[in-house]
Design a protein around this ligand. Structure first.
Ligand code: HEC
Ligand code: HEC
Length: 410
């Protein structure tokens, strides 16, 4: 090697190479890096300083190791962390494929965020928890913006949105919700498609015989028919199956007496028909009273509490409920006269009673056997993202009812 030539390497080149090495070290190949806006969103998502109690952030209720859902299901919040919640904390994964609430030509509804579809986008959803008195409980947008302005990451707002950002709290609040949406859209952890199911579909792995039987039951239209609402195949060649079509249905899930609001026998969470939808033209109908959005079943096996009212805390019980809701109603409602006890009488006709697996009658043999239920459970275990099967989730602190508890209704 020729020394003089070596010494004449331009300084700029050396600096670039060093910078490249640092970037590679910070973001090893294969690890996608987040945009500045999404990185800001991630900081906000984890900041308990943005709540009135100083104890709650998005991540307190949406815990990554539980598929961004919670272990209690119904989470308390508010200024003193004593306000009881009303609905189960849903998983935040795979939501970037959801769209605004809509009604098609035939009247079928789908899309929207929350169990009742009231928010039209991840961005508009993200504003609600900050101001919800049962959650982060700030009194105004300006109060949240003041906290942002005093945060350790305040300068990032200025870099991204300009110095004037603090002059207008509406704008600053909107920038914050935009950052939260970007985080959920960009971070690969929210849509990694690396479960065993995905590997099997790509031909890189094989189901066990039990999982294979479960898959056939799940997709079998005359069997469990789960895929009718939780599709196991995608119409979009670029996106694998999401296990939800983001539609709505009324399953007649039994009442959960552990929800504080349910101490009032007259209280009913009516779901979609009571929702204040963002686009007021989308008026729900009374036929939609008691309907809730179909959640994705990806990562369902790491979840602790199930359904909008967190009534179940054991996944096998959920499948058993589907199998024998109609053939053995007293198992689920205490007695058959208490059937659908979380739906007021005038709306009980809305409960889906025609489609498989809900088309049976009391006393009939259930279409799904105990073995079928085990097989379905084995299949659902293949839907967990790789980061969740590797990590050890926190211990259960379930607020669902203990296994097999029957609530007799009021
Ligand atoms: C006190 C617990 C709690 C906190 C804090 C909280 N959430 Fe939630 N989240 C919930 C519950 C409960 C629901 C369902 C509420 C409903 O449907 O009415 C929900 C729903 C959502 C949804 C809609 C999911 C879907 O399937 O459509 C998103 C997205 C979300 N939260 C993101 C966030 C973000 C971002 C934050 C922080 C700004 C946050 N959450 C803070 C409990 C919480
Ligand atoms: C006709 C539509 C439909 C069919 C068929 C269906 N589901 Fe569901 N599923 C839903 C809806 C709607 C919800 C949410 C209901 C609620 O919370 O009130 C749900 C919720 C669930 C949940 C709880 C998810 C959560 O995040 O809490 C599980 C687990 C589940 N379904 C599994 C199954 C299995 C297994 C089958 C087949 C045996 C099945 N589903 C068939 C519509 C359906």
């Amino acid at each position: 090697m020729n020394w003089p030539q070596h010494r004449s390497w331009p300084l700029g080149f050396v600096a670039m190479a060093a910078l490249g090495a640092i970037l590679l070290w910070k973001h090893p190949p294969g690890k996608e890096s987040l945009s500045a806006q999404a990185t800001l969103g991630k900081l906000i998502f984890h900041d308990t300083g943005l709540s009135a109690s100083g104890q709650q952030s998005c991540a307190t209720c949406h815990i990554a190791s539980l598929g961004h859902a919670s272990s209690k299901g119904i989470e308390p919040g508010g200024e003193n962390m004593q306000q009881p919640g009303l609905r189960n904390v849903p998983s935040l994964r795979y939501l970037k494929f959801n769209q605004a609430f809509q009604r098609d030509g035939e009247g079928k509804v789908s899309g929207g965020f929350f169990w009742d579809g009231r928010a039209d986008s991840l961005q508009s959803q993200a504003g609600e928890p900050f101001l919800n008195p049962d959650e982060m409980a700030n009194r105004s947008k300006a109060e949240v913006v003041l906290k942002l302005q005093q945060s350790a990451y305040a300068s990032r707002f200025v870099t991204l949105f300009g110095k004037a950002i603090w002059d207008d709290s509406e704008k600053a609040f909107a920038a914050m919700t935009q950052a939260l949406a970007s985080y959920q859209q960009e971070d690969p952890v929210f849509a990694s498609f690396n479960s065993k199911f995905d590997r099997v579909m790509r031909g890189e792995d094989k189901f066990t015989p039990e999982q294979e039987r479960g898959w056939r039951l799940f997709t079998g239209e005359d069997k469990a028919n789960c895929a009718a609402c939780h599709p196991a195949q995608s119409d979009n060649p670029k996106v694998a199956a999401l296990f939800t079509d983001f539609s709505y249905d009324n399953l007649g899930v039994p009442r959960n007496p552990l929800i504080a609001a349910n101490r009032d026998a007259k209280f009913h969470d009516l779901g979609l028909c009571a929702a204040k939808l963002e686009n007021a033209q989308n008026k729900p109908t009374t036929g939609e009273c008691g309907a809730f959005k179909v959640p994705s079943l990806r990562n369902i096996a790491v979840r602790r509490v199930f359904f909008h009212n967190a009534r179940f805390s054991d996944l096998r019980e959920v499948i058993a409920f589907y199998a024998s809701r109609d053939t053995d109603p007293s198992r689920w409602y205490g007695s058959s006269s208490q059937r659908f006890n979380d739906v007021p009488g005038r709306y009980q006709n809305n409960v889906n009673s025609s489609e498989i697996p809900y088309d049976q009658s009391a006393g009939e043999a259930a279409r799904l056997s105990e073995q079928d239920i085990d097989d379905l459970l084995a299949f659902l275990h293949t839907l967990s993202d790789a980061d969740l099967t590797a990590a050890k989730p926190p211990p259960a602190v379930s607020k669902g009812l203990p296994k097999s508890t029957v609530y007799a209704g009021r």
